[in-house]
Design a protein around this ligand. Structure first.
Ligand code: ZN
Length: 96
């Protein structure tokens, strides 16, 4: 399990790479999802992610960060999602 602070650092590093700026980053208990993104740029991640490995965390992080740019899972969202992860050698389908 990684500390919340380290996780938030990972989110910030990815945000820089993608070129987006989340207003706030929160980690809390979530039952059905790995994360969410409000229309005002507030990102919330599931506490359970802290127990997942680095590649799995990246998948959830990139997903929510991309919502700051694309609110829906449209074609552009999907193609950027795949390309950011595959660039790092991460299979985008491993986080279920
Ligand atoms: Zn989504």
């Amino acid at each position: 399990m990684i500390p919340v602070q380290d996780f938030k650092k990972e989110v910030k590093e990815w945000a820089e790479e993608i070129g987006v700026e989340p207003d706030e980053i929160h980690v809390r208990e979530m039952t059905k999802k790995w994360g969410s993104c409000s229309s005002r740029g507030r990102l919330t991640f599931s506490y359970a992610l802290l127990n997942r490995d680095s590649d799995e965390r990246s998948i959830a992080i990139v997903h929510e960060l991309l919502h700051l740019r694309y609110p829906t899972h449209n074609k552009m969202f999907k193609s950027m999602f795949k390309s950011y992860l595959e660039e790092k050698g991460i299979d985008p389908n491993i986080l279920i």
